[in-house]
Ligand binder design. Structure first.
Ligand SMILES: [Fe+2]
Length: 290
């Protein structure tokens, strides 16, 4: 299967209005409330990358990945069904809500709803405008999820969905790519479903620093200080966002050459920084996969 990129996320949060203010004032990310009450956050030329709806408790509603076109979506559906996975065809209403042409969905081994789609609305005539002075927003980099069924998840993503394993740590944190970007999704061994964070990609190190200063002075919880990851080389910080999960706000990051890259274990999480004042790190549990 030829998944092209991480397309979008759907997330439920207790207070969408609070998220809207937070996105506007702190993250510099524009959002629009639709008639359906959903807040859609814009990060690049796509109509949206993150859709937030109101619910009693926070949850990840779905993770959406792109395939190339309608034929690729048919092929992907066949491959999933051949692998014994029940595929549900999305309704026109769901496709309209995601601003895609067509989508299918299935549950991964952890119970996350994964959507495959094509043709999400590009709005090149309406360039994304940050809501505060920033050099630029560059999109949704990746998402990191807790995986109670880690080994089955990696098998599914690599063998069926066609992701490549980029690297891993302690056999409990796996980084997977579907294009040149070091990872579009990572899975950590956890005992329950968990949206750990998603990555907002900004244009420059100053954008990261400005937002760090602003978030800090506004009293928002910084969950990891400024730092640089040892594997994907992104410079970033993490902050707690309304709803309880985290956003990694950063820039840069490694592109991987499929022709030469070999998956490997990495033993150091960060080249520098990323100190976690609250001690809140991704759980590293004993090995659960080969
Ligand atoms: Fe990350």
């Amino acid at each position: 299967m030829d998944v092209r990129s991480l397309a979008y996320l759907g997330i439920a949060v207790p207070d969408v209005d609070e998220w809207h203010r937070f996105a506007t004032d702190v993250l510099g990310v524009p959002g629009e409330r639709g008639d359906d009450g959903v807040l859609r956050l814009r990060l690049d030329e796509r109509n949206h990358r993150v859709a937030l709806r109101t619910a009693a408790t926070s949850a990840l509603d779905y993770v959406g990945f792109d395939v190339a076109d309608d034929w690729a979506l048919d092929e992907a559906t066949e491959q999933l069904e051949k692998a014994g996975i029940t595929v549900t065809h999305g309704t026109q209403e769901e496709a309209d809500a995601r601003k895609v042409q067509r989508l299918v969905s299935f549950l991964d081994p952890n119970g996350y709803r994964v959507e495959l789609s094509h043709g999400q609305l590009w709005e090149v005539d309406r360039p994304v405008q940050p809501t505060r002075p920033l050099h630029g927003l560059r999109g949704l980099g990746h998402v990191v999820l807790g995986a109670p069924a880690l080994s089955e998840t990696i098998e599914l993503y690599v063998r069926v969905l066609g992701f490549r394993l980029t690297d891993y740590r302690s056999k409990s944190l796996y980084f997977l790519r579907c294009n040149a970007r070091h990872h579009s999704v990572a899975f950590a061994s956890t005992d329950r479903q968990m949206l750990h964070h998603f990555f907002i990609d900004v244009a420059t190190i100053d954008d990261v620093g400005w937002t760090y200063d602003l978030a800090r002075s506004a009293g928002h919880e910084i969950t990891a200080e400024l730092g640089r990851h040892a594997n994907d080389l992104a410079i970033s910080f993490y902050l707690r966002v309304p709803g309880g999960f985290q956003v990694e706000y950063g820039t840069g990051g490694l592109d991987v050459d499929d022709a030469t890259w070999v998956a490997h274990e990495f033993t150091v999480g960060d080249l520098w920084g990323h100190r976690r004042p609250t001690g809140d790190a991704i759980t590293v549990a004993p090995a659960t996969t080969k």
